[in-house]
Design a protein around this ligand. Structure first.
Ligand SMILES: Nc1ncnc2c1ncn2[C@@H]1O[C@H](COP(=O)(O)OP(=O)(O)OP(=O)(O)O)[C@@H](O)[C@H]1O
Length: 556
């Protein structure tokens, strides 16, 4: 028997479903016992020449078979419900822990690995929860009852069965550690293959351009081979466990049968009792055989448990609002404060930040003020800390010192909209993508798209706003994606708009249009723009130069 504590705790969160599926399983088992009694009765009636008893026994056999069918159906349904609820709870908690801004900066977080955990990892726990746990409960409830009955009928047979059961339960624990280690290896290999596959699929164009498709195939083959070896190692251990259990079960049955026959030969027991002892000796091991079967079927899925624990699937959820970022900026106001409206000034004071494990601060005592009315631009060399500053403003990172205030109060996550350098569009229609943050009216959608310079493009499409956007927006040009993201940000009606390299994917004419749009938008919002292109700075009065984490020049 193998105990995976995390999954027992999860199953115990649904006590009614767990109790029902266990109780039904035990009832199914008792139909087997009733059948054994009926068979023994029938055999003794046949040998004793009592035809009436034979018919009664046959009726009992048929009745138990029917009852077992119905109870088994109910048990399967209850167990499936239990497994489904545990999987849902695990997936919800894992998603709540995984889909947070902190993961943006977690160098160990790989999308493919996370997908494997959230998908196959969570599903892999089902066999253990829905089948193995009730089967363990069945062992502890049913086996003692059968052993007690055997002890009454034949103490020697009862003792043999008890010894076999104990051996079958404790034997596999001898290599528990090895199983855990191999299980971990297996899941690591699976996660690595999933992560590589996803990354390579996404980067196929680059790999092709670099002429590395054969190399990629070779690397994936190697990963796949590693997974095959890890799976075989795991299955070998699992099969060894099955072999030990089978040995204990068969040994126990043979010993109990020998004891029963000994009784019969020495004339200590009438024939009906001998039949019954023989049948019960076999039935005593039925729960153990069930346990072994379910373990073997679900064991590969269990290898995901450490990965799920790392993902946070077993950690109680934090009480956060659905759209609240996990890390609000230092001094952030609690949710439920006044909703965002128009704001005059965003003030950053003495802001410092260092990435975990990095030797130096990326930003050191940085102060700046951005006001509504005119565009604020931040320029600086690559690596100067511009994106880090944005992530601090957005609450994706928590500053080590300093404050970010909007009109004299701590800034909140819902004060800020952002258009990133590589905006993310989701599968769905253009309208779906524009209305992610709320339910704007048609007039608002049209106005935002016009302001972002994307309206004409949308109108030129056959299905206009109902045009499907492919995954990651691959059926739109880079500039269209960026302008769509700008329209989406405008529709969020936030008092602060952060724009990262808004013209990087645009030709000169389009870039000029977008900058004009931003100047216009800046009349009623605080707009901060990161830019590398000098031409986008034309007409920008407030240019801040970031150099190695410090501002070199700050306009008032
Ligand atoms: N997750 C991270 N962990 C550790 N260091 C990081 C991390 N992200 C960024 N850095 C480092 O922080 C510094 C600032 O990076 P940042 O991305 O903010 O620069 P940037 O000015 O936006 O650059 P670019 O113009 O190239 O986008 C760089 O030295 C970078 O290597």
């Amino acid at each position: 028997m193998m105990v995976v504590r995390e999954l027992w705790r999860e199953a115990a969160r649904f006590p009614a479903a767990l109790a029902l599926s266990t109780a039904l399983l035990v009832l199914v088992f008792f139909t087997h016992l009733a059948q054994a009694v009926a068979i023994a009765w029938a055999m003794s009636a046949v040998l004793g020449g009592h035809p009436h008893d034979v018919f009664a026994a046959l009726a009992l056999i048929a009745g138990t078979a029917l009852a077992r069918t119905l109870l088994s159906l109910a048990q399967t349904s209850a167990a499936t419900g239990l497994g489904g609820r545990v999987r849902q709870a695990l997936r919800r908690r894992a998603m709540a822990a995984a889909l947070v801004p902190e993961r943006l900066h977690d160098p160990a977080a790989r999308a493919g690995a996370m997908r494997a955990g959230l998908g196959d990892g969570v599903d892999g726990t089902d066999a253990y929860v829905s089948k193995y746990i009730p089967a363990v409960a069945q062992v502890f409830l049913a086996c003692p009852a059968v052993v007690a009955a055997l002890l009454l009928l034949s103490p020697a047979a009862g003792l043999c069965a008890a010894a076999g059961i104990v051996l079958a339960l404790l034997g596999p624990m001898a290599w528990k550690r090895m199983m855990a280690r191999r299980g971990l290896d297996h899941w690591d290999s699976y996660e690595a293959l999933s992560a590589d596959l996803l990354e390579n699929l996404r980067g196929m164009a680059t790999l092709r351009a670099l002429g590395d498709v054969p190399g990629t195939r070779h690397r994936l083959d190697t990963r796949s081979e590693a997974l095959r070896r890890a799976t075989e190692r795991v299955m070998r251990v699992s099969l060894a466990e099955t072999a030990v259990i089978d040995l204990a079960v068969q040994g126990g049955i043979v010993a109990a049968a020998a004891a029963a026959l000994g009784h019969a030969l020495t004339g200590q027991a009438p024939s009906v009792e001998t039949y019954l002892i023989l049948l019960l000796a076999s039935e005593a091991f039925r729960p153990i055989r069930d346990l072994s079967r379910h373990w073997h079927a679900g064991f590969l899925g269990l290898t995901a448990v450490p990965g799920l624990a790392q993902l946070g699937a077993f950690t109680p959820e934090r009480a956060t609002a659905p759209d609240e970022p996990a890390a609000a900026p230092a001094g952030a106001a609690p949710r439920g404060a006044a909703p965002s409206g128009r704001a005059e000034a965003l003030r950053v004071s003495e802001l410092s930040f260092r990435y975990p494990g990095a030797p130096d601060d990326v930003l050191r005592g940085l102060s700046l003020t951005a006001r509504r009315g005119s565009l604020t631009a931040i320029v600086g060399e690559s690596g100067a800390g511009k994106s880090t500053l944005f992530d601090l403003l957005l609450g994706f990172l928590t500053p080590s010192a300093g404050r970010i205030m909007l009109d004299g109060r701590p800034v909140r996550a819902d004060d800020i909209a952002v258009v990133s350098q590589r905006p993310v569009l989701f599968a769905g229609t253009i309208r779906d993508n524009l209305t992610l943050a709320g339910a704007p009216t048609e007039a608002e959608i049209t106005a935002a798209c016009r302001a972002a310079g994307i309206l004409d493009d949308i109108h030129s499409l056959p299905r206009r706003f109902d045009t499907e956007v492919a995954e990651a927006g691959t059926n739109l040009s880079g500039g269209q994606r960026q302008r769509l993201a700008l329209a989406r940000a405008l529709l969020a009606h936030r008092p602060v708009l952060l724009v990262d390299e808004p013209t990087s994917a645009l030709d000169a004419a389009r870039a000029a249009e977008v900058v004009t749009t931003l100047h216009r938008v800046a009349r009623d919002r605080i707009v901060i723009m990161i830019t590398h292109r000098p031409e986008t700075l034309a007409g920008v009065a407030h240019v801040l130069r970031l150099d190695a984490g410090q501002l070199q020049r700050s306009a008032p």
